[in-house]
Design a protein around this ligand. Structure first.
Ligand code: IVH
Length: 721
C-alpha cells in the first residue's frame, strides 16, 4: 500500500526592481517503501495570486503601521508632544517602508513614508491655478495704512468691519489641493496664474497633512508659506561650513531652492515647514477669515498662533508695534504684517484690483539699512582655500549695532553691484546674520573712480588663485603653505563635533602656529610642557589644562576623528555613515570610488573627494602620525565598553542626539552596566538621558514627573568605575 504525503511550500522571492512574486511549490510524494517522487512547480504569480492570508496579513500590518505613524506624527508636529522615542519612531517607519517595498500595490495613497521622499522630478509640470494667486499691496508707513483703512471704509460704505492681522512669513507661497480629504496637489505661486507642481516635494513637509479625516468639503484649496525654520537654516549653514562650502545667503532663498530640488529625499532632509493662512473652495460657508483659520486648525493644518483680530486700525497699529521686536523670537523669518478684512462677505464686496485684493494689504517693517562709504575691499582665506571678499566700511549704526564690514560673497557679486572704492553703499540687515551691501548710491560716485579688479593672487601666500569651472568662488591651492588654511584646519580639528579640545581656541592655535610649533593637527599631540609654558599668557595651570585637554581628546570616537580630518564634503553625518560602513580608517583608505558610492547616501562628489584626500601622501603621513598618537581609527572603541552592575535597578530613557555615542550604542552601554532601557517616561523612571535635539515635550513630561534629566557628560560620570 502506498501512502502519499503532500507538502506544499510557498516561498516568496523578491526581485527588487520588478516586484514580481514567485512561488515555488514542491510536492513531495513519499511512499512506505521509500519510493519517492518530487514534483517541483515553478510558477510566476501575480501578487494577487499570493495566498490570501499572506496578502491580508501584509495589508493589515501596513494599515496598522500607517495608523501608528500618523498618530505619532500628529502628536509630534501638531501637539508638540511624543509618546515614543525618535528611535522607536524610525523603527516603525522603516518597517512600513520595507513592507511597502515588498508589496507596492498595498501602499496607501496617503502613506507617511512619502515624508522621506524618494521620487525624482526632472521637470516640474506647469499647473494653472483654479483661483489666481495674487500678491499683496505693500505699505511702509502708518499714513499709508490709514489710507488703506479709508479705502476699505469707502468701499464698504460703513465703518462696521474688523481686521484680522497676521505676520508676513518670509518664505515661498504654496497652494495645496485636497480632494476627499487627500492631498492631491501642491503648486508654487509661479506667475500667479500658473505654477509648478511640487507635490512630491511638498509631501516631505511633515506639517502638511497628507490626509484629513474631518474635511469640510470634498474639494478645497489651502494656501500658505513654505519656510525654512531659522534653526534649520543655521544648522545647514554650519554643516556647509564644516565641509568647506560657502554658506547660503538667507533662509527664504534656501527654502525656495529646496522646494524645487529634483530629488524629494533631499528635500526631506531640508526640514522645511509650512504655515497656512488661507482657505478657498466653491462651497465653503466660513463667514470670516478667523473662522477659516480656526477650521484649518481643526483639520490639522499648521497655523502660526500669532494672528489677532483687531477692531480698528488703531488696534492694528498696536499689533504692528508689538511684533516689531518680538517677531525676531519666532522660529522663522518674517518681514511684516498682513492686514485682512475679517468678514468674507465684506472681502467679496471689496474685490480685487488687477494685481491685489482690496481687502488686504501688507505692512513691511523697514529693512534696517544705512548708507556708508566703502573704504576698501579685503579678502579672507578660509580653511579650504576659498576666498571671500569683504567690504570694509566707514563704521555706521545699523539695527542697534555698529557695522564695519559686510560680506560680498564672490567676484560675481562685486561685478553685479558695480562697486568702486569710495562709493557710498546701502547696507542692509534683513534675514541675513551678516549685513550685506545691497546697492550703490550712484549719485554720490566720484567720477574718477574705476571698477574693482578682483585679486588674482592669494592675499596671504601670493599663490596664483584658481576658479574651478562652474564655481563662483576663487581658491588658493597652496594647501600646506597658506597660513589661514592651516590654522583653519586645526580649528576644524579641535571643534566640539570633532576632537572637542575645549582647552584651546583660535588665539592659542595662532600662537602655536606663529612660533612654528604646530603646522598640522598631528603636531598637537607632540606638544610638551616646555613648549607651551614659554608662550605669552601661559602659566603652569593653563599649560597643564591645555595639555590635558589634548590628551583627553584621544577618546574621541572614530566618526569624530574622521570628521576632524577636514575632508571636503565630509560633514559629521557623512563621517558617521562612512565610519559605520567601513568600520576602520584602513578600509576607507583602501576603498575606491566604486565602493564608496555604494555606501548609502554617499554621492559622486563625496566619493571623489574622499579618494583624492587619501591619495595625497601628506594626508597619509598625517593619519599615520595621528594613529601613533593613539587616536581612535575604528568604530566601537570607546571608553565605556567595560561591563559592570553599577546601573543595577536603574531605568533610563534615551532621547536626542549625542556627541560621543550613537543612540543604540548608548543604550548598549546602559545595558552592559546593568541598567534597563525603557521607551516611555513615567513616574517610575530614574533617568532621562537628554541629547541634542530632544523634543521639548519629553523634557516637560520628565520635569513634571520629577524624573532626573541628565546630560551625556553626567551619564558618563554615573558609569565611571
Ligand atoms: S495672504 C491675495 N497672508 O505674501 C494674497 N500672504 O504678497 C493673499 N505671505 O504670495 C496672501 N505671509 O507668499 C497672506 N499671512 C500671510 C502671508 C502672506 C506671507 C506672502 C504670500 C503671498 C505674498 C503676497
Amino acid at each position: 500500500m502506498i501512502s502519499y504525503q503532500t507538502v506544499t511550500i510557498v516561498i516568496k522571492l523578491e526581485i527588487t526592481k520588478l516586484y514580481r512574486n514567485f512561488a515555488l511549490r514542491i510536492n513531495i510524494i513519499s511512499s512506505h517503501y521509500f519510493l519517492c517522487k518530487i514534483d517541483v512547480f515553478f510558477v510566476i504569480l501575480h501578487p494577487n495570486f499570493l495566498p490570501t492570508m499572506l496578502l491580508e496579513e501584509a495589508k493589515n500590518k501596513i494599515e496598522d503601521l500607517t495608523r501608528q505613524i500618523d498618530h505619532h506624527n500628529h502628536l509630534y508636529y501638531q501637539k508638540s508632544t511624543s509618546e515614543i522615542s525618535d528611535y522607536e519612531f524610525d523603527q516603525l517607519l522603516e518597517k512600513l517602508i520595507a513592507l511597502e517595498n515588498q508589496f507596492p500595490e498595498l501602499k496607501l495613497p496617503n502613506s507617511p513614508t512619502q515624508r522621506v521622499g524618494g521620487t525624482i522630478t526632472k521637470e516640474f509640470e506647469t499647473v494653472v491655478h483654479k483661483y489666481a494667486m495674487l500678491s499683496l499691496g505693500n505699505t511702509y508707513s502708518k499714513e499709508e495704512l490709514e489710507d488703506f483703512d479709508t479705502r476699505v471704509q469707502k468701499g464698504l460704505g460703513s465703518d462696521d468691519f474688523e481686521y484680522l492681522c497676521e505676520l508676513k512669513f518670509d518664505g515661498v507661497a504654496i497652494s495645496l489641493t485636497y480632494k476627499n480629504g487627500l492631498l492631491t496637489r501642491a503648486v508654487t505661486r509661479g506667475d500667479g496664474t500658473k505654477g509648478d507642481d511640487v507635490t512630491n516635494n511638498a509631501k516631505t513637509i511633515r506639517t502638511i497633512p497628507l490626509k484629513i479625516d474631518n474635511y469640510i468639503s470634498n474639494h478645497f484649496e489651502v494656501r500658505g508659506e513654505v519656510f525654512m525654520p531659522k534653526k534649520i537654516f543655521t544648522q545647514i549653514n554650519q554643516e556647509r561650513e564644516d565641509i568647506g562650502e560657502v554658506p547660503y545667503a538667507n533662509a527664504r532663498n534656501t527654502a525656495s531652492g529646496s522646494l524645487k530640488m529634483q530629488d524629494s529625499s533631499a528635500v526631506a532632509k531640508r526640514k522645511l515647514d509650512c504655515y497656512l493662512y488661507s482657505l478657498l473652495g466653491d462651497d465653503l460657508t466660513t463667514p470670516t477669515h478667523e473662522a477659516a483659520i480656526k477650521t484649518l486648525e481643526q483639520m490639522g493644518f499648521n497655523i502660526s498662533p500669532t494672528y489677532r483680530k483687531c477692531k480698528n486700525i488703531h488696534e492694528v497699529f498696536n499689533f504692528i508695534t508689538e511684533w516689531e521686536v518680538k517677531r525676531h523670537e519666532l522660529p522663522l523669518e518674517t518681514d511684516g504684517i498682513v492686514i485682512k478684512v475679517n468678514s468674507i462677505s465684506q472681502q467679496n464686496k471689496l474685490g480685487f484690483t488687477a494685481k491685489n485684493p482690496r481687502w488686504a494689504i501688507s505692512y513691511k517693517y523697514k529693512a534696517e539699512n544705512a548708507v556708508t562709504r566703502l573704504n576698501a575691499i579685503t579678502y579672507q582665506v578660509g580653511r579650504t582655500g576659498a576666498i571671500t571678499p569683504v567690504a570694509e566700511l566707514e563704521p555706521v549704526l545699523l539695527a542697534g549695532t555698529i557695522v564695519k564690514r559686510a560680506s560680498l560673497h564672490n567676484a560675481n557679486e562685486i561685478e553685479r553691484l558695480d562697486l568702486r572704492i569710495g562709493d557710498y553703499v546701502f547696507v542692509e540687515k534683513g534675514g541675513e546674520i551678516i549685513p550685506k551691501v545691497t546697492s550703490v548710491d550712484i549719485t554720490q560716485r566720484d567720477t574718477s573712480s574705476s571698477p574693482i579688479h578682483y585679486i588674482s593672487k592669494c592675499p596671504e601666500c601670493q599663490t596664483e588663485l584658481i576658479r574651478k569651472e562652474g564655481e563662483a568662488v576663487h581658491y588658493c591651492s597652496n594647501i600646506n603653505g597658506c597660513a589661514p588654511q592651516i590654522k583653519g584646519r586645526i580649528e576644524h580639528f579641535i571643534q566640539r563635533k570633532a576632537l572637542n579640545i575645549d582647552s584651546m581656541g583660535e588665539k592659542t592655535i595662532a600662537q602655536l602656529f606663529d612660533c612654528g610649533l604646530v603646522k598640522s593637527p598631528a603636531d598637537l599631540f607632540d606638544l610638551h610642557y616646555e613648549d607651551i609654558i614659554k608662550l605669552e599668557g601661559f602659566k603652569e595651570l593653563s599649560t597643564k589644562n591645555l595639555l590635558s585637554g589634548i590628551e583627553a581628546s584621544k577618546i574621541a570616537p572614530f566618526e569624530n576623528v574622521l570628521f576632524g580630518l577636514g575632508i571636503r564634503y565630509v560633514g559629521r553625518t557623512v563621517a558617521e555613515k562612512l565610519a559605520s560602513y567601513f568600520k576602520n580608517i584602513d578600509a576607507i583608505i583602501n576603498s575606491n570610488y566604486e565602493e564608496l558610492i555604494e555606501v548609502p547616501e554617499i554621492g559622486e562628489r563625496i566619493a571623489k573627494s574622499v579618494v583624492e584626500f587619501f591619495k595625497n601622501p601628506d594626508n597619509q603621513e598625517e593619519i599615520s602620525r595621528l594613529k601613533q598618537s593613539g587616536l581612535i581609527f575604528e568604530i566601537n572603541v570607546s571608553i565605556n565598553q567595560s561591563e559592570s552592575d553599577i546601573l543595577q535597578d536603574k531605568s533610563f530613557v534615551v532621547s536626542g542626539v549625542f556627541e560621543n555615542y550613537g543612540r543604540d550604542e548608548l543604550k548598549g552601554v546602559i545595558k552592559k552596566n546593568g541598567g534597563k532601557v525603557v521607551s516611555s517616561i513615567s513616574g517610575k523612571l530614574d533617568y532621562l538621558v537628554a541629547g541634542n535635539k530632544m523634543g521639548p515635550a519629553k523634557k516637560q513630561k520628565a520635569e513634571k514627573l520629577g524624573v532626573s534629566i541628565i546630560s551625556e557628560v553626567e551619564f558618563n560620570k554615573l558609569i565611571e568605575l
